[in-house]
Design a protein around this ligand. Structure first.
Ligand code: 13P
Ligand code: SF4
Length: 361
């Protein structure tokens, strides 16, 4: 049995030297224990009127379990929408903290639990609410657009929340309204949106410590070896990596592309947790991870989010048994933060953006 382990993570905090955080990855149960845990979790989900909402980056066991029990595995937009519309009284969010908070903000009357609420995100950590507030105060004429990967308190300062699947149409819409935009926290996604839309944007300088690590020269070399492969890139990656992409999009959009494009080979520049869904949906296709400095270099370079890795069967069963790890958000923050989230969901519905994950039809 693998023991749990603690990983040190470095992240960008604009204006500060690189900061350090920690992620505790739970132990991996053996096959016998896995089967027992899965059976127990299925029973507890029914008994507790609970639904499991998981992200594509979490352990394949949790992705499969979410789908097998009537929950969802998807990107951040679909996760927010699904939990909001599902009648279950308890939402279990297998993902990172901001996803649990978003579920609570949209469903204050429901119980929201997470296998580990310490599961963070370098974008969230690198954009503290007090510093962000000062940034907003100094640009009062700008529409404040924040990425989903932020704390509830940062969302409470925003006019709009966006996810990677809906950022472009929302910013285009704001540009058409003649608005200048203050964007936070991801600089790569912000620069990509600015370049695609031509909008006037001031950009916070945060980054995702997983996507920031994809390497351009090595990716060029890999493309040269696999000339027929299509390159799929999440827009949290650096501009020079995005420039090599055939498709740029949210996790759901990249999975759709892997199904729909006629290519047999794909190079994938996003967290490698996504490969489980891609391989399940297209078993005859070949999926290759885009290069990083390598897992031997340091934990930043393994193309797998250490905080997503904090979700496992053992701690999922434990929260269902005990009710621990409930997510609470200050009601005053909820009242303010729900506005930009709801605005995004209404916009996505109006422009008919699909808000159901792949394979969850
Ligand atoms: P998606 O909304 O594309 O799933 O992205 C969430 C995320 O955290 C990517 O790193
Ligand atoms: Fe945050 Fe990056 Fe992890 Fe996504 S992959 S949750 S952006 S640190």
């Amino acid at each position: 049995m693998n023991p749990s382990k603690v990983i040190q993570v470095a992240y960008d905090h604009p204006g500060n030297p690189t900061e350090l955080a920690w992620a505790k990855v739970p132990r991996e149960p053996d096959m016998t224990e896995k089967a027992q845990l899965v059976a127990r979790i299925k029973q507890l989900l029914i008994e507790q009127n609970a639904v499991l909402v998981a992200h594509y980056y979490v352990h394949p066991d949790l992705q499969d379990l979410a789908e097998a029990t009537g929950g969802i595995v998807s990107d951040s937009l679909d996760m927010a929408n699904f939990g909001h519309q599902h009648p279950a009284k308890t939402i279990i969010v297998a993902g990172v903290r901001f996803m649990g908070e978003t579920a609570k903000i949209l469903n204050p009357e429901k119980r929201v639990l997470m296998p580990d609420p310490e599961a963070n995100c370098s974008l969230d950590l690198g954009c503290p609410a007090d510093e962000f507030s000062k940034f907003c105060d100094s640009h009062p004429d700008h529409a404040v657009v924040v990425y989903a990967n932020t704390s509830a308190a940062v969302k409470a300062r925003a006019d709009w929340m966006v996810t990677s699947s809906v950022a472009l149409p929302i910013v285009r819409y704001l540009k058409e309204q003649g608005r200048k935009i203050l964007w936070a926290p991801d600089r790569h996604l912000g620069n990509y949106v600015k370049q695609q839309t031509g909008a006037n944007m001031l950009i916070w300088q945060g980054s995702c410590m997983v996507h920031d690590e994809f390497k351009t020269i090595e990716l060029q070399a890999l493309k040269a070896q696999h000339t027929k492969a299509k390159v799929l890139v999440h827009p949290e990656s650096p501009a020079s990596v995005i420039a090599l992409a055939d498709v740029v999009g949210s996790t759901t959009q990249l999975i759709k592309a892997s199904q729909q494009l006629s290519a047999d080979e794909f190079i994938v520049a996003t967290d490698n947790g996504i490969l489980h869904k891609m391989r399940t949906l297209s078993p005859s296709k070949i999926f290759i991870e885009a290069p990083t400095a390598g897992s031997g270099a340091n934990c930043k370079s393994c193309a797998h989010c250490p905080w997503m890795a904090m979700n496992g069967l053992v701690n999922l069963a434990e929260v269902l048994e005990t009710g621990k790890n409930e997510i609470h958000v200050d009601p005053a923050i909820i009242r303010r933060a729900v506005l930009p989230i709801q605005r995004m969901l209404d916009f996505a519905r109006k422009v008919n953006l699909p808000t159901r994950g792949i394979g969850n039809a």
